[in-house]
Structure formats: C-alpha cells, structure tokens
Design a binder for this molecule. Structure first.
Ligand code: ZN
Length: 378
C-alpha cells in the first residue's frame, strides 16, 4: 500500500484540492479516509500538480519509432505504450490499419498475450473491411469484403480485453456487423461512405462508435447528413475525433464538441510511430510518410495519422473546442472508458477503480503516470 498526495485532483467529475489517494494492489483503496497505516509510503506530487484519471486512447497506430503494422506483437505494443505513457496515456488499443491477411492473422494470434501488456486494454482493427472510396492512407489493394472465416477470427477478439473493429457498414455482407457486435466486439463506423440511413441500420445491428469524425467518411450537407450528421444527431454513438487542428479545422472541432458533447466525444490521437521518435520520415505500408510542421503526409499529400500525444490533444480540446479542462479530461478518459465498457474500473479516481493515473503540470505537461499502481516519471 502507498499513498499519493495531490495538490489538485480531478476525480472524473470535478476538481478538489489537497487530496490523498490510497493505492493497494493496483487499485484505488480510498480517498482521504485515514485508512493508511502509520508509515505508509507517501508519493508527494509537486505544488500545482493535477492528478487525474489516466488517459485512454482507442486509436494508436504506433509510437517510439514502432508501427504496429510492421510488428504486430506484444513486444512492439509495449514499446508503443511506453511512448504514449510520456503523454499521459495509461490505457490504449493498439491499432492495426488495413494490411495483408497474414498481418491481421498475426495480430489476432497475439491478442490474448497482448492484453497482458500493462497499458493494452484490447486491440483495434481499423480495416481491412472499408470502403475504397474513403480509403484515406489505407492501401486500396488490401481493402476487402470479409468472409465467414474473418468473422470467426475477429469475433475471438471479444475474449481479448475490450477490442474494436472499424468498418464500412455499407460494404459488409448481410448479418456480418450484427454477428460481430453480438460476439462482443465494439463496432465503429469509419472509412465509409454510409448514408445516415445506413448508419441507422448499422446502429440497429449493434454499431456503437464512429471513427475519427470528419476524416475519411461521408460529410454533412443540407440534404445528405452522412456519417458526420448522423454522429451529431445520435443519442448513443461514441465518436472519436483527432484534435490536432490539422485533421479537423478548429471551427469544426468546436462544432462537433457543441453538437456531441463530452459524454459521447472521445479524444483519440491516431498517432504513428513518429511520436516519441527521432527523425522526420518513416515507411507506412511501403510508402514514405514525412513529418513537416506537425503534419504527417504521404507523397500525394494524404494525411497519414497524427503526430500527437494525448496531453497535447487535451490542451487542444480546451484551446480549439472551447471545452473546459474538466470536459477535456472527460473526453480523454471517462468517455472512452464508457465506450469500452470499462466505466466501473477506469476513467475515475474512486475506490475500487484501477490505479491508472496521470500527474500533470498546470500547463498539461506530464509529470508522470501510474499504471496498475506502478509509477513512471515522464
Ligand atoms: Zn483512419
């Protein structure tokens, strides 16, 4: 058992001052309750430090020079987690983009071992079951329609933490989406040209998410709401968004925040291997991606993921969306926890919750994190 002394604390709902958090066996055992035996080790955070629920990022392609597609193994995931941890992330879904069947097979084969890596909550398969019209930086030649064997393989993800599949519902065989969702995998609509009517059908079949709002999907116009309009009008869809100010114009970030609100909008980074790595270029699926002025692009100018950490994304949510700090922190932790069905154990600082925490300076630089009660300075 040990205790954390926090000058400021955000518990998932609101702020308070001068709190003591008791941690035992990787979980929060109490707050200010005096239950700590005399001599309990005390971790005192510097003056001004804010203690908050650790950030949860459901879309992480890489970090620390490692790209999941290049190495879909638990070891690579541990390296990616380490890079994102310096930005306050304590739980993520390593995300595989569209690739050859053998790469997806390798990822799925590693799923059970992967979720034993601290900080890996599950896996995210973004593709290959997408609409080529909205391929973004995905390779069109690897985009395909799923088979029954794919359904069986992906459904097994339901036993590997809290996993997610991004797909284009309008391209799926009848019954596929419903069977995948019924198996317990979170289905998110993305890289799709779906109409609002097709989104409604997908939701009726069990889809619960929208992947990176505005990017690589049908847009909202007056007579055609598309995925963007459907996401804004929805009561229940959880909506990922990349707040780097490059993927989505700041005015649209603000519009999305006002329409959707912090209970359904989730901050994701969509980060690539460049985060926490030296150099300004890397290979993505055989194509060179260049980092310039914070922007990752392929040779034809297509955005290829983001160069963004979660603490920077939270900062941007305040600056660009007009969110309060509390709302930004909710979009970075409590809301993704609810999307993942982890609202009873993550996204709050409360007894019984995981001791997955981030300590932040007043400027939202990361002081350090705890994952399962284990501290690491940033
Ligand atoms: Zn994408």
């Amino acid at each position: 058992m040990f205790a954390i002394r926090a000058p400021r604390l955000f518990d998932g709902d609101g702020f308070s001052q001068d709190r003591t958090v008791l941690v035992q066996d990787g979980r929060i055992a109490g707050l200010d309750d005096g239950a700590a035996p005399p001599g309990t080790p005390l971790h005192v955070l510097p003056e001004g430090t804010l203690l908050a629920p650790g950030f949860l990022d459901v879309q992480v392609n890489g970090g620390g020079g490692v790209l999941l597609n290049d190495d879909p193994t638990p070891g690579a995931m541990a390296a990616i987690v380490a890079a994102h941890r310096r930005h306050g992330t304590t739980g993520c879904l390593p995300t595989l983009i569209t690739d050859r069947p053998a790469v997806l097979d390798a990822l799925l084969a590693a799923a059970q071992e992967a979720v034993r890596v601290p900080g890996v909550l599950g896996l995210h398969c973004e593709g290959p079951f997408l609409n080529p019209v909205r391929k973004g930086a995905h390779r069109e030649d690897y985009i395909r329609v799923p088979t029954d064997a794919d359904l069986r393989a992906l459904a097994a993800l339901a036993d590997a933490g809290r996993s997610q599949v991004t797909l284009a519902p309008e391209r799926m065989p009848p019954g596929f989406l419903r069977a995948l969702a019924a198996a317990g995998v979170r289905v998110s609509i993305g890289h799709s040209e779906a109409t609002a009517e097709e989104v409604a059908l997908a939701v009726a079949d069990g889809a619960t998410g929208v992947t990176h709002l505005f990017n690589a999907q049908s847009q909202m116009t007056g007579r055609a709401p598309g995925i963007v309009g459907a996401a804004m009008a929805s009561d229940g869809l959880f909506v990922g968004i990349i707040p780097d100010g490059l993927h989505v114009h700041p005015v649209n970030l603000k519009a999305a925040f006002r329409a959707i609100g912090p209970e359904r909008l989730m901050i994701v980074t969509d980060a690539m291997s460049s985060l926490g790595a030296a150099g300004d270029r890397f290979m993505l699926m055989g194509r060179e991606v260049t980092l310039s002025a914070g922007r990752l692009t392929t040779a034809d100018g297509t955005l290829a993921g983001a160069h963004l950490g979660m603490n920077e994304a939270v900062r941007n949510a305040v600056a660009m969306m007009g969110a309060s700090l509390a709302q930004a922190l909710v979009m970075a932790s409590r809301t993704p926890a609810r999307f993942l069905g982890l609202d009873g154990e993550r996204g709050r600082i409360a007894p019984g919750f995981a001791a997955d925490l981030v300590a932040l300076t007043p400027d939202l630089d990361v002081v350090g994190t705890w994952i399962g009660g284990a501290w690491e300075a940033a």
